[in-house]
Design a protein around this ligand. Structure first.
Ligand code: M6R
Length: 607
């Protein structure tokens, strides 16, 4: 989604803004722009495509102002081109925006009737004109901005600059995140702490409905009624040091290889390995006292939740309702007060997940947030944060956040089972020990990368791929298909292996690779039957299994990837790795933009 940067600085800000926008690239974007004011003159440069295009424009025709705003745009209203790129101007007002102004059509008609001309197809331009109309009525910039903000419906983060005041940026937030950073005689605005990290580690997150008057030596935050509000100033960790590809070609590759370490950190947060039990961390609810669990999330985080459902139900005998958040928020699910709710999100800013959380909050449910960004909105609105300790995930395709979400869910399932008395103390110890071995197994699995790269070379030649799995490998099959679609643009579907004969079997022919995720577990034989159905129709099978599974496969495969023998509880965490590597190498062979695939955003802050 769009990224915002603003600087009221001491030296020319355009290069700093471009640099900060680069750190927001991971969010996904299709055009970018910067505006500055210098000696009373408002100027901007905007470019379609990657930031390098904008950077070249600025190098050829520099912007020298010491105050400026910048933006990476992920198109919602209007195609990605220079005219629709931000900042948008109206009579000396410059604006950048992340989100959607839902009443923009009504506002546009009203402003057009007042003689305002629109040069873009965006919803953002109405905000620039609204502010400018308030100024033309004699209001000062702060009052004009406040009046304009009160007219807006929808989700927005905004930065607004005024030609007549070179010491003022107004930031506003209603939905998508916005943080203010404090410098020495300068101030910053940014969509997240990563954008601001090289400038400052002292930041304040605006809350929904807040707007801020940002000057070089002063910050004042107000609520929508115009009352001053106090917001916590906090230290953000020096994230910028960590956001670096190291020796890897892509962030995704680096993040895949970080998994042994980050899974280990995450598990250690929840589990006491020495005593074979859970650590006494703050929980949103007591598993012994709830009779249902609602889980909601989007995309990969949803698939992690779906695997969690198998674990909670199997080990803790706790029924789980799991929903895609965009469905959950509107399907008017009756909520029982005896339920707990968990929301899973890497970014902690996904609009649909946040809306589902608020639905549960209104229904009086205790709420836990499994998030990677602890300062995020979902984290802040929960009763307890259940962190994934994955570190910043920059690749748009989620990898290490996914396996860390699984690590949290598996740890919570063990905790729930112990609390509910559905497993013995010995079983609890055994499960904790199994989880403690996951990082070591993960390192072993990563050594399979050369073989996986070879398989990916084949996949890069095809147009369609089918993934099959049973039990927890079914959500993993869907995750495999999602990863492949996202970064290689190959059409892929993930199916429950038992569903094959109810429809998708019609797709099988000699051109269709079928990737089967099947450790040798208690239902392995059932999956072998499905593989036979595929083989009988000429489908090319790529089997991901363990040694026993490879020996018992009894079908000809194009390739068999043999994983270490791992306990059933931890298998989904480890089988996620070959699935990620397959997608990664396929995308590399296809030459796609692995870290920033087309049309995708890292953090989806609009519906
Ligand atoms: O930040 P979140 O975990 O809430 O994001 C949810 C999805 O947008 C995300 O998992 C998406 O599906 C990823 N691109 C998958 O790789």
């Amino acid at each position: 989604m769009c990224g915002i940067v603003g600087i009221v600085g001491q030296s020319p800000v355009a290069p700093l803004i471009v640099d900060a926008l680069k750190r927001l690239e991971y969010r996904g974007y299709d055009s970018a722009g910067v505006a500055t004011i210098e000696q009373g003159k408002l100027s901007r440069r905007r470019a379609e495509g990657k930031l390098i295009n904008l950077q070249r424009l600025i190098e050829a025709d520099p912007l020298d102002g010491t105050i400026g705003i910048g933006h990476t745009r992920w198109a919602t209203h209007g195609v990605p081109n220079e005219t629709n790129a931000h900042p948008h101007f109206s009579n000396g007002v410059a604006i950048v925006h992340n989100g959607i102004i839902e009443n923009f059509a009504e506002l546009r008609a009203e402003l057009a009737a007042d003689g305002y001309e629109f040069t873009s197809q965006t919803d953002t331009e109405v905000v620039a004109h609204l502010v400018s109309r308030e100024l033309s009525r004699g209001l000062d910039p702060v009052k004009a901005a406040h009046n304009a903000l009160k007219r807006l419906e929808g989700a927005f983060a905004l930065a607004i600059m005024f030609k007549g005041d070179e010491d003022l940026i107004i930031g506003a937030r209603n939905g998508p995140p916005l943080a203010v950073g404090y410098g020495e005689g300068e101030m910053f605005l940014g969509s997240d702490a990563i954008a601001l990290a090289p400038f400052t580690n002292a930041i304040t997150y605006l809350e929904d409905g807040d707007w801020a008057v940002v000057r070089r030596s002063r910050l004042q935050i107000y609520d929508m009624a115009g009352e001053p509000v106090e917001r916590k100033r906090q230290q953000s960790i020096g994230i910028s040091l960590l956001v670096d590809k190291g020796n890897y070609r892509h962030f995704m590759e680096k993040e895949i290889h970080e998994q042994p370490e980050v899974i280990s950190h995450t598990l250690a947060h929840y589990l006491d390995f020495a005593n074979g039990t859970s650590k006494p961390i703050e929980m949103p609810f007591d598993f012994a006292k709830i009779d249902r669990l609602a889980i909601s999330a989007c995309g990969t985080a949803y698939l992690a939740g779906l695997i969690g459902k198998y674990w909670f139900e199997r080990h803790a005998r706790l029924p789980v309702d799991i929903d895609i958040a965009s469905e959950f928020r509107y399907r008017e699910m009756p909520l029982s007060k005896a339920s707990g709710a968990l929301f899973v999100s890497q970014s902690g800013e996904t609009a649909d997940t946040l809306a589902s959380l608020r639905y549960c909050r209104a229904g009086g449910l205790p709420i836990g947030a499994i998030v990677n960004v602890r300062e995020s909105t979902i984290a802040r609105e929960s009763d307890a944060i259940l962190p994934t300790l994955a570190g910043p995930e920059i690749g748009v395709a989620s990898t290490k956040a996914f396996t860390c979400q699984l690590a949290v869910l598996a740890s919570l399932a063990v905790r729930a089972a112990a609390a509910r008395g559905t497993i013995s103390r010995d079983k609890e110890k055994a499960l904790v020990r199994q989880l403690s071995e996951t990082p070591r197994f993960a390192s072993q699995v990563l050594k399979l990368q050369d073989q996986i790269e070879k398989v990916a070379r084949e996949l890069a030649q095809v147009k369609h791929v089918l993934y099959l799995g049973r039990d927890t490998n079914y959500p993993l099959a869907m995750e495999g298909a999602l990863k492949l679609k996202e970064i290689s643009y190959i059409h892929a579907e993930g199916y429950a292996a038992g569903e094959l004969k109810h429809g998708p079997i019609a797709l099988i022919d000699e051109n269709m690779p079928v990737i089967v995720i099947a450790p040798h577990d208690r239902i392995y034989e059932k999956t072998v039957s499905n593989m036979q159905e595929v083989a009988a129709r000429g489908g090319k099978i790529i089997l991901i299994t363990d040694k026993k599974g490879a020996e018992a496969a009894s079908v000809k495969t194009l390739e068999t990837i043999v994983m270490p023998d791992v306990p059933e509880l931890v298998a989904p965490i480890l089988y996620a790795l070959p699935v990620q590597l397959l997608a990664y190498y396929t995308a590399v062979f296809m030459g796609t933009d692995v870290d920033q695939p087309r049309n995708l955003a890292k953090s989806v802050t609009v519906e």
